[in-house]
Design a protein around this ligand. Structure first.
Ligand SMILES: [Zn+2]
Length: 199
């Protein structure tokens, strides 16, 4: 067995939930908390996600930290250097290879904090989050507020009709919905009822 890079054991934390549930906000909070303690932090996001900024992880409320955009999960191993804490945002875009990467980082003695969508817009578990939940030491499910009724929401309602599983967007393409108000088949009618909004 290879010696660990750090003397103490590492672990994996997963923060998952629907759109607008504060996943990125929570990831940034934990990364900042480590920075206050002078721990070296490396933050990654998939290079496909360039919604707000190419080199920052940015929450919907515009908190941000510099990050390294990478195309594939194994690239994280190449770029994490001596970081004791490794943050990974939008994990659902990295695919199944992220599970092995996260395990290797934690085995190396690092704190690995992963944020991502747990379900796609059809309500299907979004890999690799289900497998990461199984191997993680800590799991946090974040809930949003249903934009129709105000109840706790754990589903992402897509407002525009696209077949593709991945559709990068924010408030103009998705809403958080509770079970009662989430309907994956209702794009077109919803689109007429709900005007596209910008923040
Ligand atoms: Zn509702």
């Amino acid at each position: 067995m290879m010696p660990r890079a750090f003397p103490t054991s590492g672990w994996i934390e997963v923060i998952c939930g629907c759109m607008f549930s504060g996943k990125t906000e929570e990831l940034l909070r934990r990364c900042n908390r480590a920075r206050y303690a002078k721990l070296q932090v490396a933050l990654f996001k998939p290079s496909v996600d360039v919604r707000y900024a190419v080199d920052d992880v940015v929450s919907h409320s515009d908190n941000r930290l510099p990050c390294i955009p990478v195309a594939h999960a194994p690239d994280i191993l190449k770029h994490c250097g001596d970081a004791r804490v490794v943050g990974i945002d939008e994990a659902q875009f990295f695919g199944p290879s992220l599970v092995d990467v996260a395990n290797r980082l934690a085995d190396d003695g690092r704190q690995v904090i992963i944020a991502g969508l747990d379900q796609d817009f059809r309500g299907v578990p979004f890999e690799p989050i289900p497998d990461l939940l199984a191997v993680a030491e800590y799991v946090t499910k974040t809930l949003a507020v249903c934009m129709v009724c105000g109840a706790p929401a754990n589903r992402s309602q897509r407002l525009v009709h696209r077949e593709s599983r991945v559709l990068i967007g924010a408030s103009d393409t998705y809403e958080a919905r509770c079970r009662a108000h989430w309907d994956p088949e209702s794009f077109d009618s919803q689109q007429e009822e709900l005007p596209l909004r910008t923040e």
